[in-house]
Design a protein around this ligand. Structure first.
Ligand code: SF4
Ligand code: SF4
Length: 256
């Protein structure tokens, strides 16, 4: 999948109910996405939260903008090629934010046995393949390889996502933001082609995944297969007020 890039410019205005003594607040967000005005009403915790705590809201937003992208291509007479049982894209490098890595590690830890051990073994196998190819150290040593080269080298190794089972996503409701935002109209066979130019991606007006990564609370990014290892080594995540954090994520989608 596309490595994190600068989020697309848009205009964002966010106003929040200031009654912070309550547990939840509802933020009204006015933005322009894909050239169209859009008003969103988003209920979030009023108190101090981590970016991981906001992930359910961000996942909803990510899916919302992906559905809008789907609707736009349908209006243009094109059909989405993606369907269950089609998993070539799940062998690409999937960038996830640190906050998502924490969520995925928690998800795996909560799995019943023997599934938990099976999934952890797939993560370990993926890291072993990266290591054998000399790519693991380069990925972890930031600056020794560009994100684009990293993505291409990773894809050539053909590493299946540890959550891919029978060519379908086994954690579909909890899948990362980047997975939600990756849809194509080109033939599925082209997704297995390492020449990314052959793929027609559905334009998504706001890639929430990129904004989370661009926000300090998102804690950077890494390939999905490093998520468990990273989360196991990371200290506690920083907290900030829910409305402040949401505003920061929206601000990351604004022009500089
Ligand atoms: S992106 Fe490509 S491989 Fe993935 S589900 Fe869609 S058509 Fe299939
Ligand atoms: S999390 Fe699911 S959708 Fe995303 S790459 Fe893995 S198997 Fe595919």
């Amino acid at each position: 999948m596309t490595p994190p890039a600068r989020p697309a410019p848009r205009t964002v205005h966010l106003s929040v109910d200031p009654a912070l003594h309550r547990d939840l607040v509802t933020a009204t967000v006015d933005l322009t996405a894909g050239g169209e005005p859009l008003r969103l009403s988003i209920t979030i915790p009023a108190g101090r939260v981590t970016a991981e705590d906001l992930l359910p809201v961000l996942q909803e937003l990510s899916s919302l903008f992906s559905r809008r992208g789907e609707a736009a291509v349908a209006r243009a007479g094109k059909a989405i090629s993606c369907c269950a049982g089609c998993g070539a894209c799940c062998r690409q490098m999937v960038p996830v934010a640190g906050a998502e890595a924490r969520q995925l590690a928690r998800l795996v830890a909560a799995m019943p046995e023997p599934r938990r051990s099976a999934v952890r073994a797939r993560f370990a196998a993926a890291l072993a393949t990266l290591d054998a190819a000399g790519l693991l150290a380069r990925i972890e040593d930031a600056g020794t390889i560009t994100a684009a080269d990293q993505g291409m080298a990773y894809f050539r190794l053909g590493i299946p996502c540890p959550f891919l089972e029978d060519e379908a996503c086994s954690i579909h409701p909890d899948r990362p933001l980047g997975c939600r935002e990756y849809l194509v109209t080109s033939p599925p066979a082209k997704c297995a082609d390492t020449d990314a130019r052959a793929i027609d991606r559905v334009p998504v007006a706001w890639q929430v995944s990129h904004s989370l990564i661009a926000t300090p609370a998102g804690e950077g990014w890494m390939p999905l297969v490093l998520a468990l290892r990273w989360a196991g080594r990371a200290g506690p995540a920083k907290k900030q007020l829910g409305p402040e954090l949401l505003a920061a994520i929206f601000a990351a989608a604004s022009p500089a």
